[in-house]
Write a protein that binds this ligand. Structure first.
Ligand SMILES: [Zn+2]
Length: 145
């Protein structure tokens, strides 16, 4: 079983803690049903950090080559899951709005996390965001005649 660490967002960022590893994608509850083979390894890394003004951020990376079901021919299709993003952490919706307004010139994203930050949930969200809405081969292989 994969441990699902829950951390204090401000402490995680301030101390520059990291949670990382390689595990089967199926070990992530919300990802287990998405892929043809849940036993393929996924690399994940979530690190806390702060911007120059001490505002809390997380740096999230995921990497894997997985298989989904092609929605045209129903055969497996390779899907590369890769993401490398920095998110600001806000402790409320109001704080998120303030941050978004203050950082409007920069290409940043803000995530609301109050007292508890579920790191596995962050990884799951990140993977789900990178998935194609409709997985499909560029060109499906015609079935053998
Ligand atoms: Zn196909």
């Amino acid at each position: 079983m994969l441990e699902r660490p829950v951390v204090s967002p401000s402490n995680f960022a301030e101390k520059s803690h990291c949670w990382e590893g390689n595990t089967m994608v199926g070990d992530f509850e919300r990802l287990a049903q998405e892929f043809v083979n849940p036993e393929v390894e996924l690399f994940y890394r979530v690190c806390g950090q702060q911007d120059a003004r001490g505002r809390p951020q997380i740096h999230c990376q995921v990497n894997a080559r997985l298989e989904m079901v092609c929605q045209r021919c129903l055969k497996p299709v390779d899907v590369v899951v890769t993401s490398d993003r920095v998110l600001y952490l806000a402790n409320s919706e109001a704080e998120a709005e303030r941050l978004e307004a203050a950082l409007a010139d920069e290409d940043v994203e803000v995530m609301v996390a109050d007292k508890n930050l579920d790191l596995a949930g962050v990884v799951e969200d990140e993977v789900i965001l990178t998935l194609p809405l409709v997985p499909m081969h560029d060109v499906c292989v015609a079935p053998d005649a």
